[in-house]
Design a protein around this ligand. Structure first.
Ligand SMILES: [Ca+2]
Length: 324
C-alpha cells in the first residue's frame, strides 16, 4: 500500500494520482480527544420509532458478534428519501467516534469498506448509494438523474447526516469525531466528500480513488486490448500472472529504496521512473517466467503509457508497482 499523508488546518482539496492513497486530515487535533468509558446507550429496538425527515428505519436489532462484526452491537437498517439504503452498526462499547465506509464499482448493494471498524468501537455505516444492481452494471443510471446524483455524491452525504442523528439519539451524545474511508469508487466517494461536503468528516482516507469513470473505462479498454490482442482468444492474457510478478520484482528492485526504506513498498509510485528497456529479453522471443518477449514489452509500454483520444491525453498511465 502506498500512502501520502497530507495535513491541513483547512478543509482541503487535494491532488490525485491513480494507485495512491491520499490521507486528508482536517481540522481538529487528536489531542483534544479524551479517552473515557463508553456511554450508556438506548434501547436498540426503539430506534424503529425514531422520526427523522425523509428517513424510514426499517430494522433495529440487537445483534450478537457474527461475520465481520466481532462485538455485540445494534444493527440499524433504513431508507433515506426514495431509495438510499443504509446499514449502521452501533457497538455496545462505543468509542465516541463514527466511521463511514465506501463502496466499490457502481456499488448497487449496501457496502461498508470500514465495517470492521465496529470491532474497535466505532459506530459505522455503509450505503448502496441509492440503487440496487451488480457492482459493474450501470443500467440503473439510464434516464435517472436522481440516481446519478445519489451515486455521484449525495447518498454518502445524506447517509452520514442521518447516521450521525441516529448515533446521537442512541448514545444520547454526538460523535466526537467522524471519519470516512474508501477505496477505488470508495476513494472517489472520499474525494467527493472532501470537495463537496468538507464539514461531514474530520478525517478522510481516499484509497486509489477512481475519478473520472469515463476516462478510466477507456483506460481499462486500452489495457484489455493489449492484454488480449486476439479478440477470439480471451482465456490466456499476453501478460500472464508469473510475468507480472516478475515485472513487479524488477520494478521494486529499481524503486523500492527511493523512499529510503527497502521494505517491498513504494511510498510514492510517481517517483519511480522505471525503464521498461531494462527488463531482460526472452531468448528467441519465447515467453518465460524471468523475461519478457517483444510483444509483452510493447504491451507494457502501452499499459504504463497515457490513455489518449483524438484530443490528447485523457488519463495518466498505470503507475508502477503492484503488478503481480
Ligand atoms: Ca520502500
Amino acid at each position: 500500500m502506498n500512502a501520502i499523508a497530507i495535513r491541513s488546518t483547512h478543509p482541503a482539496v487535494v491532488g490525485v494520482a491513480a494507485g495512491l492513497v491520499l490521507v486528508v486530515q482536517l481540522l481538529h487535533p487528536d489531542s483534544a480527544l479524551a479517552a473515557d468509558a463508553a456511554p450508556a446507550h438506548g434501547d436498540c429496538a426503539q430506534l424503529t420509532a425514531l422520526k427523522l425527515p425523509e428517513v424510514q428505519i426499517t430494522e433495529a436489532v440487537a445483534a450478537a458478534a457474527g461475520g465481520a462484526a466481532k462485538v455485540t452491537h445494534c444493527r440499524v437498517a433504513g431508507v433515506i428519501g426514495k431509495e438510499i439504503h443504509f446499514s449502521l452498526l452501533l457497538p455496545d462499547e462505543w468509542n465516541h467516534k463514527f466511521m463511514m465506509g465506501g463502496g466499490g464499482g457502481f456499488v448497487g448493494s449496501v457496502q461498508n469498506q470500514a465495517i470492521e471498524s465496529v470491532n474497535f468501537g466505532y459506530a459505522t455505516v455503509g450505503t448502496d448509494t441509492g440503487h440496487q444492481g451488480g457492482g459493474t452494471e450501470a443500467k440503473w443510471a439510464l434516464n435517472n438523474p436522481e440516481r446519478l446524483v445519489n451515486f455521484g455524491h449525495l447518498a454518502v452525504h445524506r447517509t452520514s447526516e442521518v447516521s450521525k442523528a441516529i448515533v446521537k439519539n442512541y448514545y444520547s451524545t454526538a460523535a466526537r469525531r467522524s471519519y470516512f474511508i474508501g477505496c477505488s469508487n470508495g476513494g472517489r466517494q472520499a474525494m467527493m466528500e472532501a470537495q463537496r461536503y468538507p464539514e461531514d468528516f474530520d478525517g478522510i482516507v481516499a484509497g486509489a480513488p477512481a475519478l473520472n469513470f469515463t476516462a478510466i473505462g477507456a483506460q481499462f479498454i486500452k489495457d484489455s486490448q493489449v492484454s488480449f490482442p486476439d479478440s477470439h482468444q480471451l482465456t490466456t492474457p499476453l501478460l500472464p500472472p508469473e510475468t507480472l510478478k516478475f515485472v513487479e520484482s524488477q520494478v521494486l528492485a529499481a524503486c523500492d529504496s527511493l523512499d529510503g526504506v527497502k521494505d517491498g513498498v513504494m511510498e510514492d509510485p510517481r517517483r519511480c521512473k522505471f525503464d521498461l528497456a531494462t527488463l531482460p529479453a526472452c531468448a528467441g522471443d519465447q515467453a518465460g517466467a524471468q523475461c519478457v518477449t517483444t510483444p509483452q514489452r510493447n504491451a507494457l509500454k502501452t499499459i504504463y503509457g497515457e490513455t489518449k483520444n483524438k484530443s490528447g491525453v485523457i488519463y495518466s498511465g498505470q503507475p508502477f508497482g503492484g503488478e503481480g
